[in-house]
Design a protein. Sequence first.
Length: 392
Amino acid sequence: MPKDSSKLKRTGREKTKKTIRYFDYSLLAVLIFLMCFGLVMLYSASAYSSMVKYGDSMHFFKRQALFCAVGLVIMYVVSRIDYHIYAKYAKYIYGLAIFMMALVQTPLGIEVNGARRWLKLPFDQQLQPSEIAKIAAILLIPVIVCKMGKEINSLRGVVRVLSWGGVLAGCVYFLTDNLSTAIIVFGISCVIVFVVHPRTAPFIGIVTVGFALLMAGVKILGSMIQTSDLGDNFRLRRIIVWLAPEKHASDWGYQVMQGLYAIGSGGFFGKGLGSSVQKTVIPEVQNDMILSVICEELGVFGAIMVLMLFGLLLYRLLFISQNAPDIYGSLIVAGIFAHIALQVILNVAVVLNLIPTTGITLPFISYGGTSILFLMIEMGLALGVSNRIKLD
């Protein structure tokens, strides 16, 4: 009798077990820490230039803090929406992205620092439509992959998927003249295809051959560049600066060289928060060169800590992608992972002069309202997928 009673109790307890939904609080914590750290470093980097330009040392800080607050609200709203809904509207978002980028070529487009990539909005605001293209790629490419099924394993299927990403990347480049974002958009498509494709060797071969051709091209370009007529080709100028920045320290390579001076003068532990000297001379230091100020004030140690934070953020995205309840959710988070990883790698490479300058920002840390809002939308998508993970 006692045995039967204990069995019944155990069975009853097993039946009363409930399946609970998971929510990645670790991702949320890392995200909030990154944003807060970014605001501190933004104020430190931009206080001088903000005072000189606007008469208010907190001008950039206050605007970025406002966008962060709005972004958190947007992230929460997006995280509460069933992400499967986006599959129905992915093609419309894709078309909207192209349409918005086309508007840059109309009188609605404005030029900032010699680049025409923004749309003028009311209340003295700006919108960079190429950010919409990243969201479009993250949402549409997984839809196409899911509809194709096993066809993605064939060369025809891979080409078909990459053609969608290639067209979008081409629109980014030709309509907004933004090569770095075009690379990221196409990179997102490539990473998603790599994730779902059963074979790895062809991708490794393509990357190896591509890297070899790139190095050969750089060598040939380096030998021919002295006899080239530069004209107004700013991309050729960037390559020249990349190959020999010290020769152009007073003109085209000024920003790069000052950034390298900042990194070198910081040492391992830095000069201390707020003690940067180079931030007073580096142009647009609050944007793509903010990592150089981090290195000067917090040293190599501070830069390593920042990269570890990004590593932890990417790890949480990888965890969500691996445990997503379906392939669509998994590929959405894989696309977000690709975006963050590519943008961090490109920004760090530019600051260290490992690649020519591209104007790419450091996610969650560099100044930029459009960038932070769309990044928060992506984080909302990732948290929405995590919220659908079921645990016993």
